[in-house]
Design a protein around this ligand. Structure first.
Ligand SMILES: Nc1ncnc2c1ncn2[C@@H]1O[C@H](COP(=O)(O)OP(=O)(O)OP(=O)(O)O)[C@@H](O)[C@H]1O
Ligand SMILES: O=C(O)C1=C[C@@H](O)[C@@H](O)[C@H](O)C1
Ligand SMILES: [Mg+2]
Length: 169
Protein backbone atom coordinates (compact mmCIF):
# COMPACT_ATOMS: atom_id res chain seq x y z
CA UNK A 1 0.00 0.00 0.00
CA UNK A 2 1.35 3.41 -0.98
CA UNK A 3 -0.16 6.54 0.64
CA UNK A 4 0.58 9.88 -0.99
CA UNK A 5 0.15 13.17 0.86
CA UNK A 6 -0.40 16.11 -1.46
CA UNK A 7 -1.02 19.83 -1.03
CA UNK A 8 0.61 23.22 -1.07
CA UNK A 9 4.00 24.04 0.39
CA UNK A 10 3.56 24.36 4.14
CA UNK A 11 0.34 22.36 4.32
CA UNK A 12 2.08 19.81 6.57
CA UNK A 13 2.77 16.90 4.20
CA UNK A 14 6.19 16.17 5.67
CA UNK A 15 5.13 16.70 9.28
CA UNK A 16 1.96 14.58 9.02
CA UNK A 17 3.57 12.03 6.69
CA UNK A 18 6.27 11.21 9.25
CA UNK A 19 3.65 10.76 11.99
CA UNK A 20 1.43 8.55 9.83
CA UNK A 21 4.33 6.35 8.68
CA UNK A 22 5.35 5.80 12.29
CA UNK A 23 1.82 4.73 13.28
CA UNK A 24 1.52 2.32 10.36
CA UNK A 25 5.13 1.09 10.62
CA UNK A 26 5.57 2.06 6.98
CA UNK A 27 8.64 3.64 5.45
CA UNK A 28 8.38 7.43 5.17
CA UNK A 29 9.55 8.96 1.91
CA UNK A 30 9.71 12.69 1.29
CA UNK A 31 9.79 13.12 -2.49
CA UNK A 32 11.78 16.38 -2.28
CA UNK A 33 14.45 14.69 -0.14
CA UNK A 34 14.45 11.59 -2.34
CA UNK A 35 14.97 13.76 -5.43
CA UNK A 36 17.77 15.73 -3.74
CA UNK A 37 19.63 12.50 -2.89
CA UNK A 38 19.03 11.04 -6.35
CA UNK A 39 20.40 14.12 -8.10
CA UNK A 40 23.03 15.03 -5.48
CA UNK A 41 21.76 18.61 -5.40
CA UNK A 42 19.27 20.58 -3.30
CA UNK A 43 15.82 21.59 -4.61
CA UNK A 44 17.06 25.20 -4.73
CA UNK A 45 20.12 24.19 -6.80
CA UNK A 46 18.00 22.11 -9.17
CA UNK A 47 15.68 25.08 -9.81
CA UNK A 48 18.61 27.42 -10.29
CA UNK A 49 20.78 25.18 -12.46
CA UNK A 50 18.13 23.29 -14.46
CA UNK A 51 15.12 25.61 -14.48
CA UNK A 52 11.62 24.66 -13.41
CA UNK A 53 10.67 22.71 -16.58
CA UNK A 54 13.58 20.28 -16.17
CA UNK A 55 12.96 20.17 -12.40
CA UNK A 56 9.44 18.89 -13.12
CA UNK A 57 10.81 16.12 -15.36
CA UNK A 58 13.31 15.06 -12.68
CA UNK A 59 10.51 15.17 -10.08
CA UNK A 60 8.37 12.82 -12.24
CA UNK A 61 11.32 10.43 -12.64
CA UNK A 62 11.82 10.43 -8.87
CA UNK A 63 8.11 9.72 -8.34
CA UNK A 64 8.32 6.69 -10.63
CA UNK A 65 11.49 5.50 -8.87
CA UNK A 66 9.80 5.69 -5.46
CA UNK A 67 6.80 3.71 -6.74
CA UNK A 68 9.16 1.02 -8.10
CA UNK A 69 11.22 0.90 -4.92
CA UNK A 70 8.60 0.70 -2.16
CA UNK A 71 5.70 -1.63 -1.55
CA UNK A 72 4.42 -0.04 1.69
CA UNK A 73 5.22 3.62 2.24
CA UNK A 74 3.85 7.02 3.16
CA UNK A 75 5.06 9.45 0.52
CA UNK A 76 4.96 13.23 0.98
CA UNK A 77 5.12 14.64 -2.52
CA UNK A 78 6.56 18.02 -3.46
CA UNK A 79 3.90 20.74 -3.41
CA UNK A 80 3.73 21.02 -7.20
CA UNK A 81 4.26 17.35 -8.05
CA UNK A 82 0.60 16.33 -8.60
CA UNK A 83 0.02 19.27 -10.96
CA UNK A 84 2.40 18.41 -13.82
CA UNK A 85 2.17 15.82 -16.63
CA UNK A 86 -0.28 13.04 -15.69
CA UNK A 87 1.27 12.81 -12.21
CA UNK A 88 -2.07 12.95 -10.38
CA UNK A 89 -3.44 10.01 -12.39
CA UNK A 90 -0.17 8.18 -11.85
CA UNK A 91 -0.42 8.74 -8.09
CA UNK A 92 -4.03 7.55 -7.98
CA UNK A 93 -3.22 4.45 -10.04
CA UNK A 94 -0.49 3.44 -7.60
CA UNK A 95 -1.97 4.24 -4.20
CA UNK A 96 -4.29 6.34 -2.05
CA UNK A 97 -3.89 10.10 -2.20
CA UNK A 98 -4.73 12.54 0.61
CA UNK A 99 -5.06 16.28 -0.04
CA UNK A 100 -4.23 18.48 2.96
CA UNK A 101 -6.50 21.45 2.25
CA UNK A 102 -5.17 24.12 4.61
CA UNK A 103 -6.28 27.77 4.30
CA UNK A 104 -3.78 30.08 2.61
CA UNK A 105 -3.68 32.43 5.64
CA UNK A 106 -2.49 29.55 7.86
CA UNK A 107 0.05 28.37 5.26
CA UNK A 108 1.41 31.91 4.87
CA UNK A 109 1.92 32.18 8.64
CA UNK A 110 3.73 28.83 8.79
CA UNK A 111 5.94 29.58 5.82
CA UNK A 112 6.90 33.02 7.14
CA UNK A 113 8.20 31.26 10.25
CA UNK A 114 10.18 28.71 8.21
CA UNK A 115 13.32 28.89 6.04
CA UNK A 116 12.26 30.42 2.72
CA UNK A 117 15.67 29.83 1.10
CA UNK A 118 14.92 26.12 0.71
CA UNK A 119 11.72 26.97 -1.23
CA UNK A 120 12.89 28.58 -4.49
CA UNK A 121 9.40 29.66 -5.54
CA UNK A 122 9.15 31.79 -2.37
CA UNK A 123 12.74 32.93 -1.72
CA UNK A 124 13.12 36.72 -1.61
CA UNK A 125 9.38 37.41 -1.48
CA UNK A 126 7.65 39.54 1.17
CA UNK A 127 4.74 38.19 3.23
CA UNK A 128 2.22 39.98 0.99
CA UNK A 129 3.89 38.58 -2.15
CA UNK A 130 3.90 35.07 -0.68
CA UNK A 131 0.24 35.39 0.20
CA UNK A 132 -0.76 36.45 -3.31
CA UNK A 133 1.53 33.80 -4.89
CA UNK A 134 -0.18 31.12 -2.76
CA UNK A 135 -3.70 32.35 -3.60
CA UNK A 136 -2.92 32.38 -7.33
CA UNK A 137 -1.05 29.04 -7.32
CA UNK A 138 -3.70 27.26 -5.25
CA UNK A 139 -6.33 28.52 -7.72
CA UNK A 140 -4.42 26.82 -10.54
CA UNK A 141 -3.58 23.65 -8.62
CA UNK A 142 -6.86 22.90 -6.87
CA UNK A 143 -8.25 21.06 -9.92
CA UNK A 144 -5.42 18.51 -9.48
CA UNK A 145 -5.43 18.32 -5.70
CA UNK A 146 -9.21 17.76 -5.72
CA UNK A 147 -8.71 14.46 -7.55
CA UNK A 148 -7.35 12.99 -4.31
CA UNK A 149 -9.06 9.90 -2.84
CA UNK A 150 -9.31 11.68 0.53
CA UNK A 151 -9.57 15.41 1.27
CA UNK A 152 -8.83 16.77 4.76
CA UNK A 153 -9.58 20.37 5.61
CA UNK A 154 -7.39 22.34 8.06
CA UNK A 155 -6.04 24.45 9.65
CA UNK A 156 -5.45 21.74 12.25
CA UNK A 157 -5.30 18.34 10.56
CA UNK A 158 -4.45 15.55 12.99
CA UNK A 159 -2.90 12.20 12.24
CA UNK A 160 -5.78 10.33 13.96
CA UNK A 161 -8.31 11.92 11.60
CA UNK A 162 -6.17 10.99 8.61
CA UNK A 163 -5.81 7.40 9.78
CA UNK A 164 -9.58 6.99 10.29
CA UNK A 165 -10.33 8.32 6.81
CA UNK A 166 -7.72 6.03 5.28
CA UNK A 167 -9.28 3.01 7.01
CA UNK A 168 -12.71 3.94 5.66
CA UNK A 169 -11.70 4.65 2.07
N1 LIG B 1 -0.55 21.00 11.98
C1 LIG B 1 0.39 21.96 12.04
N2 LIG B 1 0.23 23.00 12.88
C2 LIG B 1 1.14 23.99 12.94
N3 LIG B 1 2.28 24.03 12.20
C3 LIG B 1 2.49 23.03 11.36
C4 LIG B 1 1.56 21.94 11.23
N4 LIG B 1 2.03 21.10 10.28
C5 LIG B 1 3.19 21.65 9.85
N5 LIG B 1 3.47 22.78 10.50
C6 LIG B 1 4.66 23.65 10.30
O1 LIG B 1 4.53 24.24 9.02
C7 LIG B 1 5.78 24.22 8.32
C8 LIG B 1 5.61 23.44 7.02
O2 LIG B 1 5.27 22.09 7.31
P1 LIG B 1 5.79 20.91 6.38
O3 LIG B 1 7.25 21.08 6.07
O4 LIG B 1 5.35 19.63 7.01
O5 LIG B 1 4.93 21.21 5.06
P2 LIG B 1 5.05 20.57 3.62
O6 LIG B 1 3.66 20.42 3.14
O7 LIG B 1 5.89 19.33 3.69
O8 LIG B 1 5.81 21.71 2.79
P3 LIG B 1 6.75 21.58 1.48
O9 LIG B 1 5.87 21.28 0.29
O10 LIG B 1 7.40 22.93 1.35
O11 LIG B 1 7.74 20.48 1.72
C9 LIG B 1 6.79 23.58 9.26
O12 LIG B 1 7.52 24.62 9.86
C10 LIG B 1 5.94 22.83 10.28
O13 LIG B 1 6.55 22.79 11.54
O1 LIG C 1 4.97 23.92 -4.67
C1 LIG C 1 5.98 23.71 -5.37
O2 LIG C 1 5.97 23.88 -6.61
C2 LIG C 1 7.20 23.20 -4.73
C3 LIG C 1 7.12 22.61 -3.49
C4 LIG C 1 8.26 22.00 -2.79
O3 LIG C 1 7.84 20.83 -2.12
C5 LIG C 1 9.40 21.68 -3.75
O4 LIG C 1 9.10 20.55 -4.56
C6 LIG C 1 9.70 22.87 -4.63
O5 LIG C 1 10.12 23.91 -3.78
C7 LIG C 1 8.49 23.29 -5.47
MG1 LIG D 1 7.64 18.78 2.69
Amino acid sequence: MLIFLIGMMGSGKTTLGRQLAERLSYTFVDLDEYLEKREGRTIAQLFEQEGQDRFRELEREALEAVVQEYEHAVISTGGGAPCFFDNMDYINRHGKSCFLDVPVEEITKRLMASDLQVRPLLAGKTEAEINSFLVKTLGLRKQFYKQASIILQGPAIGVEELQILLNNN
